[in-house]
Design a protein. Structure first.
Length: 707
């Protein structure tokens, strides 16, 4: 017996029946539904009557091949995915502008550096390296910091990282490095982690990676936010001026709000509580008008400096310490607009190191040279054809004229008859020796060889310099990180080989790591091509703590509140947050909100389970006697306080919160970072301190929270 058809389509059918057709200004047929919404169409522009049901023979019969709307819809859906980036798959981008402070004409003829105040549109994509697109934001990993500047002379892509050195010296090793870091091929895990055998196997067999190892084991690889991390062009580049004179240059992005990282114990918890922590942070700050900003600083030097420097300036595993060659601020980068569509912009943006305008050139850094070859290939594969430059996010914003034509998805072709040059029709663009890109004509001569220069052979001295430049808590995090990562390595010889390298960096660090891994004896130091230099001075610029913000601006306070909470303290806290240009979230037993002591209503942002303290830079406990009694029954409320304390955060609390401090086991350990909030003065005192972000002196008392 035939069943009656359901009425799921009746509403939409009725709407379509009633729709009015009218002609638009351009003479084209516009179709509008009653509510003013545009009418759904196929990709061919045909109006769709029913988007709820496929075309069938009878209500319960087979589907019909006539259903071109269904066919097109599913066909397009089936092709929605493009290959994810082979590295840096997980990323998040934003638009903004780059603004030059002063003319750099003496060094470079690049147009964007000619005039003070010149603004250039920019797009930035931040990323992790190893994880897939869907991996969590707080993986311990290097962060990509790729900047596309749409200059008047074509796009300049500065495709950097948040670490100024790299693992390898020659691009030919890149596939090996990435294969080793990615999930192991037979078992397809671990995802977005370096804590496994193949990574440390490769690293321990690659001594040139040792400087980078110190950086990646530091808190640099677990940044608090994209907004609080540095970026680096890594390689030595060249500026070339109008007289064709070259100056070497290294590029550094310095965050206006200072550096900040989370703790490893926090990172693993953040990944569970909010795997999009970094995305959300950038989204929220830009949407609320708190535009993140970085300063571009350049280290400029000539051949004489390069010849006199301790290391080879072409070696991408080395830095030039800022104390030796201070960087100059030359411009700022402000991110002030989120993309309209993630896929169209952030996913399809194609960065290429070889995109440089006239006046910026390459050095012979073998990693950079290899990169210049690689990025074009990857875009072809990922974006499906040579016309990816036609996508709005990749197209230059200056006029451009080529004779390139056809190919998949050509959005524009040269107009006219002559699609070549020279031609005698007087058509098309012509090259310009005066304005066009001129490569710096460096003298190059030598035999064809596969040879690593001897000047690249010192693999340990700068690793040591990085380590001794860290504050004691940062040093202990490096040790804890090494112990953690190597504890996940199942092959004992790999662990030993790694520690044998660390012995060449710092013996005390090596023995701490060996002890943490339960070694019975120390391995012999690894054979080194060159002995580790002990004379390199510490560089305070390498420490995150030294580069901390000393203020709470741009940070987030988590306010744990209950019904009956003291409204005077709450208001004073909000006043101080506004003064400090910081933000907050209210965490309450119920997400709807709380009734304050004066009967006023405050909406909550999170219920306790959804807002653990790891999501905040500091916390305030503004609770009532009754409220705290209820909180004592919540394990998450206890964890909120206990974690904040363990993670060395500042905790402000009203006297009524003391039972919760007791429940969290910290009432007997209160220190200068746990501050009572009673009135305006005590709230102000809390905000005097909170800009320090962490009470590092507490860390030894709470026990290591991991590196
Ligand atoms: Fe790379 C992407 C940064 C070495 C090959 N790289 C990529 C991205 C960043 C970097 C930030 C993501 C860009 C985006 O957001 O779309 N890569 C670096 C840095 C390196 C480096 C700072 C060393 C200093 N990379 C490197 C080498 C090679 C590559 C040596 C190959 C020889 N990188 C690629 C790539 C990617 C890429 C495979 C993948 C997706 C893409 O290019 O667009 O071509």
């Amino acid at each position: 017996m035939a069943k009656k058809s359901t009425a799921t389509s009746s509403a939409s059918v009725a709407t379509i029946h009633d729709q009015k057709l009218h002609r638009g200004e351009g003479g084209e047929l516009h179709q509008r539904a009653e509510d003013g919404a545009p009418v759904l169409t196929t990709a061919q522009g045909g109006p769709v009557a029913d988007d709820q049901n496929t075309l069938r023979v009878g209500a319960r019969g087979p589907a019909l091949i006539d259903d071109f709307h269904f066919r097109e819809k599913i066909f397009h859906f089936d092709h929605e995915r493009i290959p994810e980036r082979v590295v840096h798959a997980r990323g998040y981008g934003a638009h903004g502008f780059f603004e030059t402070y002063e003319s750099l004409a003496a060094y470079t003829r690049a147009d964007l550096f000619q005039r003070a105040g010149e603004r250039t549109p920019a797009f930035v994509r931040f990323s992790t390296v190893a994880g897939s697109k869907g991996s969590a934001d707080l993986a311990r990993d290097v962060r990509g910091f790729a900047v596309k500047m749409y200059t008047k002379e074509g796009n300049w892509d500065l495709v950097g990282n948040n670490i100024p050195v790299f693992f390898i010296q020659d691009a030919i090793k890149f596939p090996d490095l990435i294969h080793a870091a990615k999930p192991e091929p037979d078992r397809a895990f671990p995802q977005a982690q370096t804590a496994h055998d193949t990574f440390w196997d490769f690293i321990s067999l690659t001594p040139e990676s040792m400087n980078m190892v110190m950086w990646i084991m530091s808190d640099r690889t677990i940044p608090r936010s994209f907004r609080f991390m540095e970026g680096f062009g890594v390689h030595t580049f060249r500026f070339v001026n109008a007289k064709d004179e070259s100056t070497f240059v290294k590029f550094h992005w310095k965050p206006k709000l200072g550096l900040q990282s989370v703790a490893w114990n926090e990172a693993v918890k953040i990944n569970g509580a909010d795997p999009d922590f970094h995305r959300r942070d950038l989204w929220q700050s830009i949407q609320s008008g708190n535009f993140p900003e970085w300063e571009l600083q350049v280290q400029l030097f000539d051949q004489a400096f390069a010849d006199s420097f301790d290391f080879d300036i072409l070696d991408p595993t080395k830095i030039i310490p800022e104390e030796i060659l201070p960087p100059h601020p030359v411009a700022r980068l402000v991110l002030d607009r989120m993309p309209d569509n993630f896929f169209a912009e952030t996913e399809q943006v194609a960065f290429m190191t070889q995109n440089v305008p006239p006046g910026i050139d390459f050095s012979n850094d073998p990693l950079l040279q290899g990169r210049n070859f690689s990025y074009l290939d990857t875009q072809l594969k990922r974006l499906g054809g040579p016309n990816f430059t036609h996508l709005p996010i990749n197209a230059p914003k200056c006029p451009f004229h080529t004779f390139q034509q056809d190919g998949h998805m050509a959005m524009r072709n040269p107009v006219g008859r002559a699609n070549y040059q020279p031609n005698s029709f007087g058509e098309g663009p012509r090259e310009s020796p005066a304005q066009g890109y001129r490569h710096f004509s460096a003298e190059e001569q030598g035999p064809k060889v596969r040879l690593r220069p001897e000047s690249f052979a010192d693999h340990y001295s700068q690793a040591r310099q990085f380590f001794i430049s860290q504050t004691p808590p940062e040093q202990s995090h490096i040790a804890a990180a090494l112990i953690f990562e190597l504890s996940k390595v199942q092959t004992p010889t790999i662990r030993e080989r790694m520690v044998s390298h660390v012995m060449n960096i710092d013996e005390a660090l090596a023995s701490k790591v060996a002890h943490g891994l339960g070694f019975k004896s120390m391995p012999k130091p690894a054979d080194a091509a060159m002995p580790t230099r002990q004379d390199l001075e510490p560089s305070p610029a390498l420490s995150i703590v030294e580069r901390g913000p000393k203020r709470f601006e741009g940070r987030k306070l988590g306010i744990l509140a209950t019904d009956g909470a003291d409204v005077r303290v709450f208001t004073a806290v909000l006043d101080n947050l506004t003064k400090q240009k910081a933000v907050f979230e209210v965490i309450a037993p119920k997400v709807a909100g709380v009734t304050m002591s004066d009967g006023s209503w405050v909406e909550a942002h999170q219920m306790i389970d959804g807002g653990p303290s790891v999501l905040y830079d500091a916390v305030a406990l503004i609770v009532s006697t009754n409220g705290v009694a209820d909180l004592l029954k919540e394990a998450t409320a206890r964890d909120f306080v206990a974690d904040a304390f363990t993670h060395c955060k500042f905790i402000g609390y009203v006297p009524d919160a003391i039972p919760l401090l007791e429940k969290a086991g910290i009432a007997g350990d209160l220190d200068e970072g746990t501050i009572e909030l009673k009135d305006k003065e005590s709230v102000a005192a809390f905000f005097e301190e909170v800009g320090k972000l962490r009470v590092w002196a507490r860390e030894p008392t709470v026990g290591s929270f991991g590196g």
